[in-house]
Write a protein that binds this ligand. Structure first.
Ligand code: IPM
Ligand code: MN
Length: 361
C-alpha cells in the first residue's frame, strides 16, 4: 500500500484546531481510497518560541526534507512581535525547502456569498501562480542612520532569470493541464502575466521577455496575456471571468491573492500550496491564526481541508482529491449558513465530520 509521510505543523492560535479536521478528512480518504499516511507532529510556533526562543531550527528543516509533504495550520502570535515567526518559521520553511511556487486557487464554491455583485462560481474560477522564492522578500536592504532625521531605508527586489524561468515553466505546464480548456469550461488555456512593466522596467522587463520567449517556443498552444498589477486588481473585482491562470512575482502575488481570497468568500475557504515540484511541498490555509477564537470550536476548517486536498492532488492521489473537492462543495452548498467563524451553524469539528463522512460514503 502506498504510504506517505506527512509532517503536521498546527502552529498558533486556531491553527491546530483546523489541521485536526484536515487530518480527519485525510484519514477518511486513506480508508476509502487505499493509501496510508504516517504523521509526524511539529509544535513550532509562538508558544514554543516564547518558551525556548526557538523558531524553526535547521534540524527541523532536515526532518521536513524526509517527509513527502507538510501541512501547516497558521503562524502568528499576539505576544510575539510581527516578523519574528513569519520570517523565522513560514518564510524560513519556504526558502529552505525551495518551495518556489505558491499556488493559490481563487474559486467561489456553490452556496458561498461573494462581495462581488452578480458573480457566481462560474465567474470566480481561476488560479494564481505566485513566485515564492525571490523578489523583495529576499532582496538586500537595511536601515541607515536609524532614529535620526536622515534615516534611510532600502529594500531591494531581486529576480534572477533562473527563478523567473522555473516559475514560468511551472505556470505554463499548469495552464496546459488545468486551464479552462483542459477542464472543458473554456475555449483556450490562457496564462496571464501580472506585472508592472510601465514602472518596474527592469524587474518586469525580465519577466515579460522570459514569458514570451518560453511561450512562443514551448507553449504555442497556450494563449498569453499581460496585465499590469493595478489593473489586475480592478478586473479581479469587475470581470474575474476573464482570468484562467495568472503568474506573477512574490509581492504582487501576495497582495492580489488576499483580494482573490475575499472574492471567494474569505479566509474560511482560501488555501494555498508552497510547492517545490522536485522536493517537499507545504500546504496551508491562507488565513491567519485568529487568536481570539482559539479553543472555542467556532473557526471554519474548510480552508485547511482544502489545503490538505491540494496536498493529496500534488502527491498524485487524484481520485481522493476530487472526492474531497466534491464533499466540500456539497457542504458549502447545502450545510453551512456562512463561512465566517461563529456563523457557520456548526462547530469546527462538526464541519470536519460532515466532510469526512461524505468522503467515506
Ligand atoms: C502569505 C502571508 C506571508 C507572505 C507572510 C505572513 C510572511 O502574507 O502567506 O501570504 O507575505 O507571504
Ligand atoms: Mn499574504
Amino acid at each position: 500500500m502506498k504510504t506517505y509521510k506527512i509532517g503536521v505543523m498546527g502552529g498558533d492560535g486556531t491553527g491546530p484546531e483546523v489541521t485536526v479536521e484536515a487530518v480527519k478528512v485525510m484519514e477518511a480518504a486513506c480508508a476509502k481510497f487505499g493509501f496510508k499516511v504516517e504523521q509526524t507532529e511539529y509544535d513550532f510556533g509562538g508558544e514554543r518560541y516564547k518558551r525556548t526562543g526557538e523558531t524553526l531550527p535547521d534540524s527541523a528543516i532536515s526532518e521536513f526534507k524526509k517527509q513527502d509533504a507538510i501541512l501547516l495550520g497558521a503562524i502568528g502570535h499576539p505576544d510575539v512581535a510581527p516578523g519574528i515567526l513569519e520570517k523565522g518559521i513560514l518564510l524560513k520553511a519556504r526558502f529552505a525547502l525551495d518551495q518556489y511556487i505558491n499556488l493559490r486557487p481563487v474559486r467561489l464554491f456553490p452556496g458561498v456569498e461573494t462581495p462581488l455583485k452578480g458573480k457566481g462560481p462560474k465567474e470566480i474560477d481561476y488560479v494564481v501562480v505566485r513566485e515564492n522564492s525571490g523578489d523583495i522578500y529576499t532582496g538586500s536592504g537595511g536601515l541607515m542612520m536609524k532614529d535620526t532625521p536622515h534615516e534611510v531605508a532600502t529594500q531591494t527586489a531581486v529576480y534572477t532569470r533562473f527563478q523567473v524561468d522555473r516559475c514560468l515553466k511551472y505556470a505554463f505546464e499548469y495552464a496546459r493541464k488545468h486551464g479552462k480548456k483542459a477542464r472543458g469550461v473554456g475555449e483556450e488555456n490562457t496564462l496571464g502575466l501580472v506585472g508592472k512593466t510601465n514602472v518596474l522596467t527592469f524587474l518586469y522587463d525580465l519577466w515579460e521577455r522570459a514569458f514570451h520567449e518560453m511561450g512562443k517556443k514551448d507553449y504555442p498552444d497556450i494563449r498569453r496575456d499581460y496585465y499590469h498589477v493595478d489593473a489586475t486588481c480592478m478586473w479581479m473585482v469587475k470581470s474575474p471571468e476573464w482570468f484562467d491562470v495568472l503568474v506573477t512575482g512574490n509581492l504582487f502575488g501576495d497582495i492580489i491573492t488576499d483580494l482573490g481570497a475575499i472574492t471567494q468568500g474569505g479566509m474560511g475557504i482560501a488555501a494555498g500550496g508552497n510547492i517545490n515540484p522536485e522536493g517537499v511541498s507545504m500546504f496551508e490555509p491562507i488565513g491567519g491564526s485568529a487568536p481570539k477564537y482559539t479553543g472555542k470550536g467556532v473557526i471554519n476548517p474548510l480552508a485547511a481541508i482544502c489545503a490538505m486536498q491540494m496536498m493529496l492532488e500534488t502527491l498524485g492521489e487524484q481520485t481522493a482529491a476530487e472526492r474531497i473537492d466534491v464533499a466540500v462543495r456539497f457542504v458549502t452548498a447545502n450545510k453551512l449558513k456562512s463561512l465566517a467563524a461563529k456563523q457557520m451553524g456548526y462547530t469546527t469539528s462538526e464541519v470536519g465530520d460532515m466532510v469526512a463522512e461524505l468522503v467515506a460514503e
